[in-house]
Design a protein around this ligand. Structure first.
Ligand SMILES: Nc1nc2c(c(=O)[nH]1)N[C@H]1C(S)=C(S)[C@@H](COP(=O)(O)O)O[C@H]1N2
Ligand SMILES: [Mo]
Length: 370
């Protein structure tokens, strides 16, 4: 079929549904919370400026890291206020971690939940440096009755009619099985303001909401935390009255780097007919390794070559060679992790668009003489 990829009616056809009805608030959110452009899948470590970003409220202004304190509060045997300098006396720990927003893929679900409209880019892999929470807790023992730690950010805003600081909790059992870090550097540089300067939490293997930025307080409590960001959102829900289940670990996912050239205004990929090597990344939660990736061409899958990550919590690289003939095609990819979980073909429906690990679909036009 002869296709002129530069012909507007053909473009509209290829793009398919013209995504419409984005609210002004969604556009505002999309402008301040950037996704990683998919060509950055080429990088083992995402450059800081290309890492995705998700901030609910305003980015707090912090002028001096030296003035920052992390309060240990509540059911600790002794309360404390730790400066960054104090934290830096603990053994230094650097970990490569793939972070993904739980709402990644939300814009691929119909009906779309009016929030940050991510397609695929709410992911990135950085080298985080700081200390391990368990080392700090060893020096600052908890009271026997403590059962959870609440991590508070200094950023405040309103959601669902409730004014609150961004706060998330983890139970002590969860903390025992996780490699939680308190970090001040990303890819060897101090955190940028928007990534949590001067101190943030990193919870490897979990969706991003657990990794509280601008961390200034840890409160030990003896009950299940009821904060807004813990119980009113970040739940898998099917309808508005569903209390749902908490969003926790990353689901297996793979992404491919869209090949060829991009058409500026439609974002359609244009490729020459012939052999193409398609590359991408794949990851899963809790340090569970990816064991298989397949590349799909018009829904027919073939095995990709997987290069497992050297880093427990970092994404793996994969590649596959495919022959593309003239015409319109779709590429897709799907990952399987060591626990046997496979990415579903269809978007995962969820009331507020959480945890959609449905396969990525990349439409393209293959034509000679582009
Ligand atoms: N204090 C605070 N921490 C936060 C958030 C926030 O809005 N405030 N957003 C969370 C969410 S939903 C995600 S996905 C990650 C994003 O981290 P990044 O912006 O550094 O990529 O931060 C998490 N930590
Ligand atoms: Mo997120």
């Amino acid at each position: 079929m002869a296709i002129n990829p530069l012909d507007p009616p053909a473009r509209a056809h290829i793009v398919g549904a013209v995504a419409s009805g984005y609210t002004d608030a969604e556009v505002q959110l999309a402008n301040r919370n950037s996704g990683m452009p998919l060509e950055f899948l080429a990088h083992d470590i995402t450059p800081v400026g290309a890492h995705y970003l998700l901030t609910h409220f305003d980015v707090p202004y912090v002028s001096h890291a030296a003035d920052w304190t992390l309060e240990l509060h509540g059911l600790f045997q002794t309360a404390a206020a730790l400066t960054l300098e104090t934290l830096q006396h603990y053994p230094l720990h650097t970990e490569v971690v793939t972070l993904e927003c739980a709402g990644n893929g939300r814009a691929c679900i119909t009906p779309r939940w009016p929030s940050q409209p991510w397609h695929y880019g709410a992911v990135g892999t950085a080298e985080w440096t700081g200390v391990q929470l368990r080392d700090v807790l060893q020096d600052h023992p908890l009271s026997n009755s403590a059962s959870e730690l609440v991590f508070s950010g200094s950023d405040q805003g309103a959601d669902g009619g409730e004014v609150h600081f961004f706060e998330r909790s983890l139970t002590l059992e969860q903390i025992d099985s996780l490699d939680v870090m308190l970090v001040w550097a990303m890819n060897g540089q101090p955190l940028l303001p928007q990534h949590g300067f001067p101190l943030r939490l990193i919870v490897p293997g979990w969706y991003g909401m657990a990794s509280v930025k601008w961390l200034n307080r840890i409160t030990a409590i003896d009950h299940a935390f009821q904060g807004y960001q813990q119980v009113k959102t970040y739940r898998y829900r099917q309808h508005s009255n569903d209390t749902g289940t908490p969003v926790t670990t990353l689901k297996p996912k793979s992404l491919l780097q869209p090949p060829g050239l991009v058409d500026w205004s439609t974002r359609i990929r244009l490729v020459e007919p012939g052999q193409h090597v398609i590359t991408g990344r794949a990851w899963s939660g809790s340090g569970v390794p990816i064991v298989r990736v397949e590349l799909g061409l018009n829904g027919q899958y073939q095995e990709a070559i997987l290069t497992p990550s050297q880093h427990r919590y970092g994404w793996s690289r994969w590649s596959a060679e495919v022959h593309l003939s003239e015409g319109q095609h779709t590429l897709s990819c799907r990952a399987t992790d060591a626990s046997g979980q496979v990415q579903p073909e269809e978007p995962v429906t969820d009331y507020s668009g959480m945890g959609n690990n449905g396969v990525q679909i990349v439409p393209l036009v293959c034509a000679t003489g582009l």
